[in-house]
Structure formats: structure tokens, C-alpha cells
Design a protein around this ligand. Structure first.
Ligand SMILES: [Zn+2]
Length: 512
């Protein structure tokens, strides 16, 4: 089993200064690597992906595909090869064209691999990078790899990092714990709040050090292969189900009629006022002064406190929900990003200026009203709550079922009549049969019934089949034009990565 334990660190002054320095250097390295990948992509985009080794054209760093990965070095994964290209050399010169130092089997190395092997060169050129632990530097490149992987799955393109969004680094090895001290390579033994003991048998796999508003934290990844992972119950063994409807006025409505308050931690009157006062203090100080920095740290601490309070509250109620005597918990499958969208812009087309064109003046579109709703939705952070419920259900061998919540609060539970007029805030009164109840508890019951329906369906049709869920978000397809790294597959005649199979030999085509 693999889990993470979070501790607060107590670094001394030297260690704090060193960690701040590391983060600055690592951020700069991250940005450099990202820029390197972007520029090599555009080079390839303009030049085409042809290979100098094949065409035997004159070698030039711009036209050679190896140098396009910027970081230079050996382009192939070395498994059984003994040819080593000196680091920092562009590719073509050390190669003998008639005696190519690779076989068709050796895969080309990814950008991440090349950037990792270029790290020694970096340490020679910029000796201060040698102060950082080598696994930390490697993980920094891997972090960019992950960002690219997310991008290929349809999330946003990796961003250049600044001081506010780059605050952590990861160790892959060399972390030891003894008493209330933790050993971090190149930083030395550091004191930490030993708030929970690492269970016996667990080995430290990795550790991420993170700077937060009130100090430094470390998240230790521990593993014990002899302890089995939590396995959720199969749906066919589920008998009792509870439905949850998430809301703003009350945070959770359960299908057994129980309601859980929403403390509105970030949007209640007191916190809002406190935030306003502290932010005003920042804006009234002289720009870039130490006093302004001090004041903005106070704002940061307040935000941290809000987050911590919310986390604690959510763990509490998640525990309360999960510890009910049920086998499965049904929640809504919400598209929160969609809910948080801004209102569409309304342009006045009737008002015309003397030239006959529209003035392009904007009309009220209700955004100022929606703003407060959006803040309330963000404050409730339903997704975070669902994640916690999911974790706890799995931990206790129960199941979490996400269900399409469409029309769950306007559908009559007596006659099935579905209409918006059925509902007036929390009151539900069917306009056809006169059935009435609390709208959100009704919705929770509807969710429960849908989960039961799904389970019955699966009991009949087998576990693998599910009724089509139209709300499930599909990953968007990216346009070809958007920037890609060499991780993407590009089939070009000159690219040895393209798996052109020779029909005669059946062997992967090599470069002749
Ligand atoms: Zn009805």
C-alpha cells in the first residue's frame, strides 16, 4: 500500500535560506526546460522532421533532429550499445555514418530523458546547481513531463512558473527519519513535528518539500508491499444505499432526511470583512516595500487558515456520512467548472453611432449577481468533499457511486412530472399532483433511487456494462496546430521513431 503522510518541518535559518535558494534555481531550470521544449517543437514544425543521418546532408545544429531537443547528447536509449557520445556535443560529428551506433530495436529517448542526462552539463556550466540533490533535479524534469502528459490528455498547456506557483521540490531517494529529525540529502538533518508515527514496515519512497504561508511542510510517500490496497466492494454486494445532494444553503442533504450545515468558511461575513481589511492594508502600503510584503503575508496566512478550516470540516462531515450503516454512497457527478462560468457578454446592437456602426456598448448581463454565487460554489468546494468521501468509503470497503444529477431536484417523486415550476427554492410542490416535500432531500432520495437502479441494472447485465452517462466529460481533442513536444507520435520518413514495418522482413525498418 502506498500513502502519503504530511508533516510540518522546523528548518533552521541556514536550511530555510538554502531551500529558498533551491526553489529559485529549480524554478529557473523548469522554465528553461519548458522553453527548450517549446522552441524545439517550433523548429521541428518549421523544418519538418527529416533526418540528417539519413539524407547525409550537411550537419548543422538547426537541421539535425537530435539537436532539436536542445539539451543535446545521445539520442538513443543505450541498452547494449557501447558507443557513448560525449555530453554537450551535437549529434552528427561523433557518428560514423556507415556504422551507426544503434540498432532498430533501441528506442529513441524522450525529451525528459535527454534533459535529465543533460543535468551534469548544467552542473558544469552553472556550478551552483551542484548544491542541489541530484534526484531533486531529476524530479524537476519529471514534473514537466507530467505537465506535458496532462496536456496531451486535454488539460492546459504547461505554464511558465513564477514565485507564487512554484513552491515545492521532490526527493526520490536518500530520505531518512530518526526520532523527531528527518534527513534530507544536501540539507542535512532537519527537525520536524512528528505528529504521527510512520507505521512499522513502511519504507520511505519519496518526499516532497513544500513552502506554504506559515512555514515548510513535507509530504512523505511511504509504501509497504505486504499490506494490501483497499478494495471497494463490488456493486453486486451492495444492499443499503444513501444519496447525497450537495448545496449552498446546506452543504449536504442526505436521503435519510439529515442535513449538514454549510459554514461558508471563506464567504461568511466575518471572514469577508477580515480579508477586506487585510487586503486594504496591503494596498495602502508603499509599493514593493517591506511593510507591504509583511502585510501581504498576513493575507496569505488568513487564506491558509481558511483552507485548513475547510479541510478539517470536510473530513469531519465526510466521516459522518461514511460511518452511516450503508454499503454505498451516491453523489452527484457535478461539472463545477461549467457552473463557475461567467455570464455571456451582451452587446447593445440597437444603439448606433453616427457612422452607422454599433457602438459596442455592453448591457447588464447579470454577472455581478452571478459573482456571489460563483464565490459560494468555490467556497463550498464540493469536489474536494467528494474526494474525501471517496477516500473514506474505499478505506471502509464501501462504494461511492457518481450519478448523473440531471433534473433530480425538479422531478416529482410521486408522478414523475418534471418541470421547473415544481420547485420554489427549497420547497417542492408538484404542479400536477400536488405532492410536496423538501426539494433537496427529495433530490437526495432521487439520487439514491438512481443508484439503486444502476446497481439493479448491473446485477442483471454484469458489472462491466453501464448505462450511457451523457454528462460524463470526454477529453477534448486538441487541434493539430497547438504546440506539442516530441512525446507525440509523428510519422515521418526520416524519423526512426515511426514504426514503418518492412513487409518483406517483418522487421522494424531501420535507417539504411
Ligand atoms: Zn407529481
Amino acid at each position: 500500500m502506498l500513502t502519503n503522510y504530511l508533516y510540518k518541518l522546523q528548518p533552521n535559518v541556514t536550511q530555510t535560506a538554502e531551500m529558498v535558494r533551491w526553489i529559485d534555481m529549480l524554478r529557473s531550470h523548469y522554465n528553461w526546460c519548458l522553453n527548450d521544449r517549446i522552441s524545439q517543437y517550433y523548429q521541428q514544425f518549421i523544418q519538418g522532421d527529416y533526418c540528417d543521418i539519413r539524407t547525409k546532408a550537411e550537419a548543422c545544429p538547426i537541421t539535425c533532429f537530435v539537436s532539436k531537443n536542445g539539451a543535446s547528447g545521445e539520442p538513443w536509449k543505450q541498452d547494449n550499445q557501447n558507443t557513448v557520445v560525449p555530453m554537450g556535443e551535437y549529434c552528427l560529428l561523433p557518428y560514423d555514418l556507415n556504422n551507426l551506433p544503434y540498432s532498430g530495436k533501441t528506442p529513441r529517448r524522450s525529451v525528459g530523458d535527454i534533459q535529465i542526462t543533460a543535468l551534469p552539463v548544467l552542473k558544469v556550466a552553472r556550478p551552483w546547481y551542484a548544491d542541489i540533490d541530484s534526484t531533486v533535479l531529476q524530479q524537476n524534469v519529471k514534473r514537466l513531463d507530467t505537465a506535458y502528459e496532462n496536456f496531451f490528455e486535454g488539460k492546459g498547456f504547461p505554464k511558465f512558473k513564477n514565485r507564487s506557483n512554484f513552491t515545492s521540490f521532490t526527493y526520490q531517494a536518500g530520505v531518512k527519519v530518526s526520532g523527531n529529525k528527518i534527513y534530507l540529502s544536501k540539507l542535512g538533518w532537519m527537525r520536524f513535528h512528528d505528529s504521527r508515527p510512520i507505521p512499522p514496515g513502511f519504507v520511505i519512497k519519496a518526499a516532497t518539500v513544500r513552502k506554504r504561508q506559515d512555514g515548510w511542510y513535507i509530504s512523505v510517500r511511504i509504501e509497504d508491499k505486504t499490506v494490501p490496497d483497499y478494495v471497494p466492494k463490488p456493486l453486486s454486494e451492495v444492499n443499503k444505499v444513501i444519496g447525497c445532494d450537495l448545496g449552498i444553503v446546506k452543504l449536504v442533504h442526505l436521503s435519510d432526511g439529515h442535513q449538514i450545515d454549510n459554514p461558508k468558511i471563506a464567504t461568511n461575513k466575518k471572514t469577508r470583512r477580515m480579508l477586506k481589511v487585510r487586503q486594504r492594508r496591503v494596498s495602502r502600503k508603499k509599493k514593493n516595500s517591506n511593510n507591504q510584503k509583511k502585510a501581504s503575508r498576513a493575507v496569505g496566512r488568513l487564506y491558509k487558515k481558511i483552507t485548513d478550516k475547510r479541510q478539517a470540516y470536510q473530513w469531519n462531515i465526510a466521516n459522518e456520512i461514511v460511518s452511516r450503516n450503508v454499503d454505498a454512497i451516491g453523489v452527484e457527478n457535478l461539472n463545477i467548472a461549467g457552473m463557475l462560468k461567467r455570464c455571456k457578454v451582451k452587446v447593445d446592437v440597437n444603439e448606433v453611432c453616427p457612422k452607422g456602426e454599433s457602438t459596442g456598448r455592453f448591457l447588464p448581463n447579470g454577472q455581478s449577481r452571478k459573482k456571489h454565487l460563483n464565490r459560494a460554489i468555490s467556497d463550498a468546494s464540493w469536489n474536494e468533499l467528494i474526494l474525501k468521501i471517496e477516500y473514506l468509503t474505499v478505506k471502509r470497503g464501501k462504494v461511492l457511486v457518481k450519478i448523473n444529477p440531471k433534473n433530480s431536484s425538479i422531478e416529482c417523486r410521486n408522478c414523475g412530472h418534471t418541470d421547473k415550476s415544481n420547485r420554489d427554492k427549497e420547497k417542492f410542490l408538484c404542479s400536477q399532483c400536488g405532492f410536496y416535500e423538501h426539494a433537496d432531500i427529495g433530490a437526495a432520495k432521487t439520487i439514491r433511487d438512481r443508484v439503486i437502479e444502476l446497481i439493479e441494472y448491473q446485477k442483471v447485465h454484469g458489472d462491466c456494462v453501464e448505462p450511457a452517462d451523457k454528462t460524463a466529460k470526454r477529453p477534448k481533442k486538441r487541434k493539430e496546430k497547438s504546440a506539442r513536444s516530441t512525446l507525440s507520435k509523428r510519422v515521418e520518413p526520416g524519423n526512426p521513431k515511426s514504426k514503418g514495418e518492412n513487409p518483406e522482413t517483418g522487421i522494424q525498418e531501420d535507417i539504411a
